[in-house]
Write a protein that binds this ligand. Structure first.
Ligand code: ATP
Ligand code: ZN
Length: 283
């Protein structure tokens, strides 16, 4: 069978997590920084290491069958590819930033202003949706210095903590789009058996990373109250302990409300709580 090719970022913010995800799927491959392509030894797959900007286009043209890339780039390049899975990492926001002292207060104040960005298409769409007319200046890097140099009134760029904005005398004004890493491919790939197998593995890893395996001890008289706190679980495993009147409960808890849940369980009488990471959950 033909080998599938997956394109991932060669170096940068998405590289580590992309490599980590594939390794957690049980794929074996060398991860040399100097190579552009590696073979997975135990799966019908090749990995291409590319600049992230090139990934949507390569997938659209079929040079790569699959890609892992930020939603921001897929939207910006307008590549005709399918979103196959949201991967939960590389989360960031595209924001418009303005000078700390600025006469821009409301969205309408952007009318007639100039905005520097490397994301002209996403920005154009946002301005259109809000009926705004601003002058977009395309800049490929270091967008944040543009207002300070007197080049533009505002910028539109990826912001995570806002540190880069602040150090350039800017402040966030409005969110334009959110992004996370996506698995992309052409629509036809959905029929491919190797892809389906890989997707199953990826989904199992993602599901597992969102949950923890928890074992706790409780007196039987507290059992009902504790089970009430675990509504998501169809039937937790309940095992009697050597000590009369005590049981151990095995269950999984979602990462989201983890500490809240653990505290509620303690208050309900749970003791000796052991929490373990889950490697995979296969449905
Ligand atoms: P390349 O050399 O591959 O072109 P790059 O410098 O364009 O890399 P990175 O800065 O590595 O890109 O970011 C890659 C992607 O990571 C972004 O497109 C975005 O989807 C995501 N990302 C997540 N958090 C951030 C952040 N705080 N700043 C920038 N990008 C982020
Ligand atoms: Zn890039």
């Amino acid at each position: 069978m033909k080998k599938l090719k997956i394109a991932i970022q060669k170096s940068g913010r998405l590289n580590d997590k992309s490599v980590g995800l594939l390794k957690n799927c049980g794929l074996k491959f060398e991860n040399y920084k100097s190579t552009l392509i590696t073979q997975v030894s135990n799966f019908n797959l090749e990995i291409l290491y590319l600049r992230d900007d090139d990934i949507p286009g390569y997938v659209e043209q079929g040079i790569a069958d699959l890609g892992i890339v930020g939603e921001n780039l897929v939207e910006e390049t307008q590549a005709k590819v399918s979103y196959l899975e949201r991967l939960g990492f590389g989360k960031c926001k595209l924001k418009i930033g303005i000078k700390k002292e600025s006469n821009i207060y409301r969205l309408q104040d952007l009318n007639g202003k100039s905005i520097a960005t490397s994301y002209p298409n996403i920005l154009k769409k946002f301005l259109k949706e809000h009926n705004l007319q601003a002058d977009i200046k395309l800049i490929s890097g270091s967008v944040e210095i543009s207002p300070g140099l007197g080049l533009t009134d505002a910028i539109c760029d990826i912001v995570s903590t806002g540190g880069t904005l602040r150090s350039n005398g800017l402040k966030p004004f409005v969110d334009v789009a959110s992004s996370e890493a996506l698995l992309i491919g052409r629509e036809e790939i959905k029929e491919n058996q190797t892809f389906q197998e890989l997707l199953l593995r990826i989904q199992s890893v993602l599901r597992a990373s969102e949950t923890k395996y928890v074992v706790l001890n409780a007196e039987k008289e507290n059992l009902d109250q504790i089970l009430n706190l675990l509504p998501g679980v169809k039937s937790p495993t309940i095992v009697p302990l050597a000590e009369e009147g005590w049981v151990a409960i095995h269950t999984v808890i979602s990462e989201d409300d983890f500490w809240v849940k653990i505290n509620q369980l303690r208050n309900a009488g749970a003791q000796g709580i052991v929490v373990m990471p889950i490697e995979k959950i296969i449905m």
